[in-house]
Design a protein around this ligand. Sequence first.
Ligand SMILES: [Zn+2]
Length: 123
Amino acid sequence: MSSEELKKIKRQRIISSLIILLLSTLIAVFSINTATETGEKIGYTLAGVSTILAAFAALSLYRTLKIKIPESKIYTIVKCTACGYETKRPYKNGDYVHKKEGKCPTCGKQTIIDAIYQEITFK
Ligand SMILES: [Zn+2]
């Protein structure tokens, strides 16, 4: 799965957990109020069930927020063989190792692509 798809799933899970948490908390509060006012036992049962539901939703939300999504980026290292100047930039289409790049900003000689690599970060 791509990190974009994972991000989408994470967002959907956060939203649905929040909605369930909100609704079950509202039902819990409402049924406790009704039960204390009318003395109906079903109100307490409903409050208990919705409190458990709220706890599960909170747990689900907490666990979803803890999911870290890996994100990969490709970098190109441009190097000057004459003076050792080195710079890192995002990979561009058509980059390859030993490809000639622009002039070196420190000594004015030809620079080349020395390396291309992928970096994975967790967000
Ligand atoms: Zn140089």
